[in-house]
Write a protein that binds this ligand. Structure first.
Ligand code: SF4
Ligand code: SF4
Length: 320
């Protein structure tokens, strides 16, 4: 399919076999004819096509609310440059990429049948930033009211959950250690260790991934801004605090439950920096944080990004 000049966003699939652009319709027709060497089946192509989210979802909600620009929590957590490139250009994804994203949808909807708390409630917050009127929207999987305040739970269906591990803590201040230039070093007090007797070995339970921690923190902000309405839905008094947040990873074997720390100040700082990048007239920069470079490996607009950047991005840029 040849996109018209006005088409932007996801306009078709990249074929799993030929790596060529195909329209959604051509891909489904090919799968229905047996698609030699292709792992996709017609039903999976059909589901992938139906699951494509409206790229203007948050923007439409913003316009309905009288705001200028809208962003979802998912958009705030993605690469700002990728979001802009996807909004302004036509692009293609492999059907298997959509399969990966949608695989958990079925279990998510089963989990949402749990009758307690507030499930999958879309929350919004209209705010002013750099003179622009912005609507933020997000949909936490589960919000519960406990005697200690709001408890946020987010579900992730995944093949790879975080694992627990044994770590060495500083024997003086119990700070975490890292291997520095002079050997094992405490990240808090700076002590350098020569002997194991100066360290305490402890088991650290599984920790949620950093982007998932930020996700529940952004939900906490939305809950704070909608607390009266949420408490009203539960016929309860508005709590003045949060009991906490957790991310539950559903693997093939068993759930892995990870507590996530709520940090309002850090979340506001993150929000301001992301919004500044997203509303700037300049194209946001390429990802520079080492922990985030993996995103480029799955980015559907990578070749365009590299072309505009004038060189490789992601892990390839580090190797140069
Ligand atoms: S069904 Fe498979 S081989 Fe056929 S166009 Fe789609 S991705 Fe390519
Ligand atoms: S290739 Fe990497 S830096 Fe470039 S848009 Fe994609 S995710 Fe962002």
């Amino acid at each position: 399919m040849t996109p018209t000049t006005t088409q932007t966003g996801l306009v078709g699939f990249t074929c799993e076999v030929t790596n060529q652009a195909v329209s959604f319709h051509e891909c489904l027709a090919c799968a229905q004819k047996g698609a030699p060497d292709c792992p996709m089946v017609p039903a999976a192509i059909h589901v992938a096509t139906k699951s494509i989210r409206d790229p203007r979802y948050a923007q439409k909600l913003a316009e309905q609310a009288g705001a200028e620009i809208g962003f979802s929590v998912t958009e705030l957590l993605s690469c700002a440059r990728q979001l802009r490139l996807k909004q302004e250009n036509p692009y293609y994804e492999k059907p298997s990429s959509l399969y990966r994203m949608n695989r958990g949808t079925g279990y998510h909807s089963l989990l949402s049948e749990y009758p307690e708390g507030i499930r999958e409630e879309t929350l919004s917050w209209r705010c002013k930033f750099q003179g622009r009127s912005i609507l933020l929207v997000g949909t936490p999987d589960l919000i519960e009211l406990t005697p200690n305040g709001w408890l946020i739970t987010d579900y992730k269906v995944t093949g790879h959950a975080p694992g627990g591990r044994k770590i060495m803590l500083c024997g003086k201040c119990e700070g975490e250690t890292y291997t520095g230039e002079n050997g094992l070093t405490c990240q808090d007090c700076g002590s350098i260790f020569r002997s194991k007797s100066e360290l305490t070995r402890v088991y650290r339970p599984p920790q949620p991934r950093s982007s998932h921690v930020m996700q529940v923190n952004l939900y906490a902000l939305l809950i704070e801004k909608n607390a009266d309405e949420l408490a009203g839905k539960l016929n309860a008094a508005k709590p003045g605090q949060f009991a906490g947040a957790q991310v539950v990873y559903f693997t093939d074997k068993a759930p892995v439950r990870c507590a996530a720390k709520l940090q309002r100040e850090a979340t506001m700082a993150f929000l301001k920096s992301v919004l500044a990048a997203l509303i700037s007239s300049d194209l946001p920069p390429v990802i520079g944080e080492v922990d985030e470079l993996w995103r480029c490996d799955y980015c559907p607009v990578r070749s365009l990004c590299e072309e505009m950047h004038g060189g490789p991005v992601g892990k390839a840029a580090i190797k140069c």
